[in-house]
Design a protein around this ligand. Structure first.
Ligand code: ZN
Length: 202
C-alpha cells in the first residue's frame, strides 16, 4: 500500500509520543506549516484535475445540474449558491466518476504490461493511504488521486499491481514496480510533496 505521509493515526501518535517526543514535536510543527486552508466552495475557486488547475464556476439557476468540465472550467448550476454542502457533494461525485473511468483505463494498460489478469477495482476514501491491494487481488485507489498528475496515478497503480506478485516492499517488489513503471522514484517523491494539496477537498 502507499501511505499518505502527512496523516498519522492516533495509535501511531501515542506510541511515538512515549519514545520520540522531540521527533513528534518537530513533525507536528512541519505538518502545521504545510497545512492548507479548507476548500471554499465558491464561484471562481481553484481545483485540481490530473495535475492541472481548473476553475469552479457556480451558476445560479432554477435547477441543480451536474458539473461539466470544458476548457479548464468545471461548471454547475445551483438553486442556492450558498448551499456549499450540495455543491461540494456534486463536485466530489463528479470526481468519483472521473476517477473510476480514468483509473480503470490505466489499470487495464498496466495489468496487461505486467501480464496479470485485470484485478477488480474499487475507489477508496481512505484518510491514510493512496492505494491498497488485498489477498483477494482487489485493488483500491483513493479517488483524490484523480487530482494528481498522470505520472503519480500511474505510479500508485503500478505499485498496487506489483503487490499481486509480492505482498511486501522488498527489493523484488520494487523490481516488479520498475518493470512496468521505471520512473517510479520521481513519482513517489512528487506524491509525497503534493499529499496535503490532494486532501484539501476534504
Ligand atoms: Zn505497498
Amino acid at each position: 500500500m502507499v501511505h499518505a505521509p502527512l496523516r498519522l493515526k492516533q495509535t501511531d501518535l501515542e506510541g511515538l509520543l512515549l519514545t520520540k517526543a522531540r521527533w513528534i514535536s518537530t513533525k507536528l510543527k512541519a505538518r502545521q506549516a504545510s497545512a492548507l486552508p479548507a476548500m471554499q466552495w465558491v464561484d471562481g475557486a481553484s481545483l485540481l484535475w490530473l495535475g492541472e488547475p481548473i476553475t469552479l464556476e457556480i451558476i445560479p439557476a432554477a435547477r441543480n445540474s451536474r458539473p461539466r468540465l470544458e476548457q479548464g472550467i468545471l461548471s454547475l448550476t445551483t438553486t442556492n449558491i450558498n448551499d456549499h454542502v450540495s455543491i461540494a457533494r456534486r463536485v466530489v461525485q463528479w470526481y468519483h466518476k472521473q476517477a473510476m473511468e480514468d483509473f480503470a483505463r490505466r489499470l487495464q494498460l498496466l495489468a496487461t504490461k505486467l501480464g496479470e489478469p485485470l484485478p477488480p477495482l474499487a475507489l477508496s476514501n481512505a484518510r491514510t493511504r493512496w492505494g491498497s491491494c488485498n489477498s483477494r487481488r482487489e485493488i483500491r485507489l483513493n479517488w483524490r488521486l484523480i487530482q494528481a498528475k498522470p505520472s503519480i496515478i500511474n505510479y500508485v497503480i503500478a505499485h498496487e499491481l506489483a503487490h499481486l506478485r509480492e505482498m511486501n516492499h522488498s527489493a523484488r517488489f520494487w523490481a516488479v514496480v520498475a518493470s512496468i513503471y521505471p520512473e517510479y522514484r520521481q513519482a513517489e517523491l512528487a506524491l509525497k510533496q503534493c499529499s496535503a494539496l490532494l486532501y484539501q477537498l476534504g
